[in-house]
Design a protein around this ligand. Structure first.
Ligand code: SF4
Ligand code: SF4
Ligand code: SF4
Length: 452
């Protein structure tokens, strides 16, 4: 490891964002296709060798095991044009955070190059069984929620975790995420039955009220680990006059992309699109709560997997952009109750990579007495399943040290972030209670008696 104490980010809390505007600027939205996508024209000459990507890469900041974004990306890409296997083995240390692309002044798709390079490396040399298993969180989730109590107990057993590290290469240092007693699809069916029983029936066969056609895409973390986030979404939408439909989707494929397993990722992507396309073609808005799901569906599918969202990526957006749209149309005139809390906000890397700021902050700003302070500490280091891998855990933890220090400096014990895996890492590093923004909004509506 080298340079682990180096800080690349502003002082935490330097910008208080208790009543912020989105960093993406007025009018910026997180609808699909808002950033460059689908470009295969790797104009390598655009790389001016400034090494800004290297200076900002969170992995390069903490370890010399990774050759760096430019070195693995545009430098070696020239050779890959002739020989696809021209990949440095250190490519497996890239987390896919996309910081390099965000900071590159020349618009070089560095992270996409590195992702493809990793896939070429894995195609030639193979991936460990561990990586293949970690790439299917939906399968693990479906199995685990059959006996969640047992699985959660086993996941917390020290000797089993030690055995898992030794035999399977899964770090014993990071607790596995807890599985919910009931998956979100099960809770959704109960929620719907309860509403129907109470006479609050859907108005159409699609279960959509108010003329809105909205589909909620929960993602694996909500489906199997934190289904209360999905219920909060349904409550917030109903309080806003919209009853969303829910489908049971497979994993979007991001963990497989991150592991360089493009065939597996394409399979997940095709399965997802088979379910999604009819909704898109019928004009549904698709709302998400996980920035990584949104980024994958709306951009990575086209850019990395050559999959097409029925030509309608702009119909997919995050729940907060959608709520702000309703507000702009004068259809979101609710008054959330005050929540006298002071929380740290962590912006997930994929949220930053979409270039649309953090619309969740604009929505949280509607809650009186809620103070949200930007940690401004960069990547948390977990990067999906990256931090669970034995050899990557020390890198992951070293990257997350900035987040830990920022929480300590601000003396905050609660945080809010849109990404479930970031929440897991912040909890692991700091012991903080971490919420999804929609949970806070739902609580503020419920306290104001504005539940659908
Ligand atoms: S990829 Fe972009 S940031 Fe990196 S060295 Fe080239 S021009 Fe600079
Ligand atoms: S995607 Fe992230 S980890 Fe990978 S090279 Fe770019 S900045 Fe570094
Ligand atoms: S990005 Fe979303 S759907 Fe994909 S693995 Fe993560 S939570 Fe699951």
């Amino acid at each position: 490891m080298s340079g682990m104490d180096k800080r690349d980010y502003p002082e935490p809390g330097a910008e208080s964002i208790a009543r912020p505007a989105s960093a993406g600027g007025a009018g910026a939205t997180c609808a699909g296709g808002s950033a460059a996508q689908g470009s295969h024209a790797y104009d390598l000459d655009n790389c001016i060798k400034c090494t800004i990507c290297l200076a900002h890469c969170p992995v390069s900041r903490v370890t010399d095991k990774f050759a760096g974004p430019k070195q693995n990306g545009p430098d070696l890409e020239r050779f890959r044009l002739l020989e696809p296997a021209a990949v440095h083995p250190s490519i497996v240390y890239c987390t896919g955070c996309r910081t390099c692309e965000v900071v590159c002044p020349s618009g070089v798709p560095v992270a996409a190059m590195n992702s493809r390079a990793k896939a070429q490396y894995v195609a030639r040399y193979g991936a460990p069984l561990r990586d293949r298993l970690l790439a299917t969180p939906d399968v693990a989730g479906r199995l685990a929620t059959l006996a969640p109590g047992l699985i959660n107990r086993l996941g917390r057993s020290n000797w089993l975790r030690a055995a898992g590290e030794k035999l399977a290469g899964v770090s014993a240092a990071l607790p596995l995420p807890r599985y919910a007693d009931r998956s979100f699809p099960v809770l959704y069916r109960m929620w719907r039955r309860e509403r129907q029983g109470a006479g609050v029936n859907s108005r159409s066969s699609h279960g959509v009220t108010g003329g809105e056609k909205v589909l909620y895409y929960p993602g694996c973390y909500v489906n199997y680990n934190q289904p209360q986030i999905g219920l909060a979404v349904l409550d917030v939408l109903v309080a806003s006059g919209v009853e969303a439909r829910v489908e049971e989707f497979p994993c979007c494929g991001l963990p497989a992309i991150s592991a360089g397993l493009y065939d597996a990722a394409r399979h997940k992507g095709e399965e997802t699109l088979r379910l999604l396309k009819p909704y898109l073609e019928e004009g549904y808005r698709v709302v998400t709560t996980c920035p990584s799901c949104l980024f994958t569906l709306s951009q990575k599918y086209g850019e990395l997997l050559g999959l097409d969202l029925a030509g309608r990526p702009e119909q997919i957006t995050d729940i907060f952009t959608y709520l702000l749209e309703l507000k702009e149309q004068g259809r979101f005139s609710l008054n959330p109750a005050p929540l006298p809390l002071r929380l740290a906000y962590h912006q997930p890397c994929h949220q930053r990579a979409m270039g649309c700021g953090s619309p969740s902050l604009d929505v949280l700003a509607l809650i009186p007495e809620l103070q949200v302070v930007d940690l401004a500490a960069g990547c948390c280091g977990l990067a999906g399943t990256y931090g669970f891998k034995r050899e990557k855990y020390p890198v992951s933890r070293a990257i997350g040290e900035n987040v830990r220090q920022a929480m300590e400096q601000l003396a905050l014990s609660e945080a809010v972030t849109e990404c479930g895996m970031c929440a897991l890492q912040i909890g692991h590093l700091t012991g903080a209670r971490v919420y999804h923004p929609v949970e806070l909004l739902s609580r503020a509506f419920a306290q104001a008696g504005q539940k659908g």
